[in-house]
Design a protein around this ligand. Structure first.
Ligand code: AMP
Length: 376
């Protein structure tokens, strides 16, 4: 495929399953990938060239600087590594995006500025301040670390005053924020991709079910989305993309209440709730992210029908019974099993929402359901 300025070699910081699926998409586009991830068994290394060095290691930085463009699939890569690379090679998305998304306090202020209102929040530096903020917000609250939290880690929901001390003791080693607990009806996510020339495309929003703070099932298109609300969220995301001169995929997670949507967080990378785009959309989030950073024209983001994604967590189930079943695709990341670890996912596609639910029920029966999943 013809890329501008001969952009053929993509450097990726982070080599987990997101890096693996980026590298798989790159292969089909005829692009080369180099992944830097200190883990010797980083799964992206199955497809990409892999350097098992620290992100700040000079040899790793030199190798990345020798690529035509650098991107990242991991939110906790040191911003210092991106700063060191930025003068030597094009880095997309803009390092500023990672600095904002990597700190919940900056992130929530930023989202608010662009009309994506978050839950009420405040930073808290002491136990006394926590008491004052809780008196103002009311219980329940969620206490969260500002940095390095993901999949529900680094956070505590507190429902009664008696629980505040334990939550504070557990998390106080880090800088913290408090958020009002949102009694949402459901969780949604919205993904956009912006090309180097400024073109922006959106995938239909996904509806997400979490179990124990980890994404369990995503469905798309999310049913019963009021067009006005979707347009407002898209407007906010578009403004963020333009303000950051962002190139690549950006996702915002949303809490849907009866009368409004609140923004939870933004991810400046491809996102678990859009893995279904590989089989369910005209162009996947992985391919469009690469197209954007490599300076290629974006692909269509429309869906072929309905799609769902089920995460396979902790242990790979025996899915042999699903072999040959229509509309079902299994992705095994090839990781050693460990409690709470994302080992793979299953995508289900169907022409209608009813058929999708029937196929998803079949997958859940074989994969072992983590909750009783019913269509909303
Ligand atoms: P996070 O790490 O912030 O994405 O949180 C993980 C999950 O915890 C979210 O997807 C929600 O299911 C839940 N959660 C986080 N913050 C809140 C909140 N303020 N109110 C209610 N649930 C929350």
């Amino acid at each position: 495929m013809q890329t501008p300025e001969g952009c053929r070699k993509i450097g990726i910081l982070g080599g987990g399953q997101l890096g693996l699926m980026l590298a798989q998409a790159a292969e089909r586009l005829g692009l080369e990938t180099l992944v830097v991830d200190p883990a010797p068994d980083a799964v992206a290394g199955r497809v990409a060239k892999h350097l098992a060095n620290d992100w700040l290691d000079p040899a790793a930085l030199d190798a990345l600087a020798g690529c035509d463009v650098v991107t990242y699939e991991f939110e906790n890569v040191p911003t210092e590594a991106l700063a060191k690379l930025a003068g030597r090679v094009a880095v997309h998305p803009a390092p500023e995006a990672l600095a904002i998304a990597g700190d919940r306090l900056f992130e929530k202020r930023f989202l608010r500025e662009f009309g994506l209102e978050p839950a009420p929040f405040a930073d808290v530096a002491s136990r006394a301040e926590l008491g004052r903020v809780v008196a103002e917000l009311g219980l329940p609250i969620v206490l969260k670390t500002r940095r390095l939290g993901y999949d529900g880690k680094g956070q505590a929901v507190v429902r009664e005053t008696a629980g505040l001390d334990a939550a504070w003791q557990r998390l106080r080693g880090d800088a913290l924020i408090v958020e009002g607990f949102v009694p949402f009806e459901r969780e949604l996510s919205l993904a956009a991709v912006r090309a180097r020339d400024g073109e922006i495309r959106f995938w239909p929003p996904a509806e997400n079910r979490h179990v124990d703070g980890i994404l369990h099932v995503s469905r798309a298109p999310a049913p019963k989305v009021p067009p006005r609300r979707r347009a407002e969220a898209e407007r906010g995301l578009r403004a963020i993309l333009e303000r950051l001169d962002y190139v690549g995929v950006l996702v915002v997670e949303l809490f849907a209440l009866a009368d409004r949507w609140l923004a939870n967080e933004m991810a400046c990378r491809v996102h678990n709730s859009f893995h279904w785009t590989i089989e369910g959309a005209a162009t996947s989030q992985f391919e469009n992210h690469l197209r954007a950073v490599a300076g290629l024209p974006l692909g269509e983001t429309g869906m072929k029908g309905h799609a769902a994604m089920l995460n396979l967590i902790g242990a790979m189930p025996d899915l042999a019974a699903l072999a040959g079943a229509p509309g079902i695709a299994v992705h095994d990341y090839g990781k050693p099993p460990r409690a709470g670890r994302k080992l793979g996912h299953v995508t289900v596609v169907a022409e209608t929402a009813e058929e999708l639910e029937a196929r998803l029920r079949r997958v859940l029966a074989v994969a072992g359901d983590r909750e009783l999943v019913s269509p909303s």
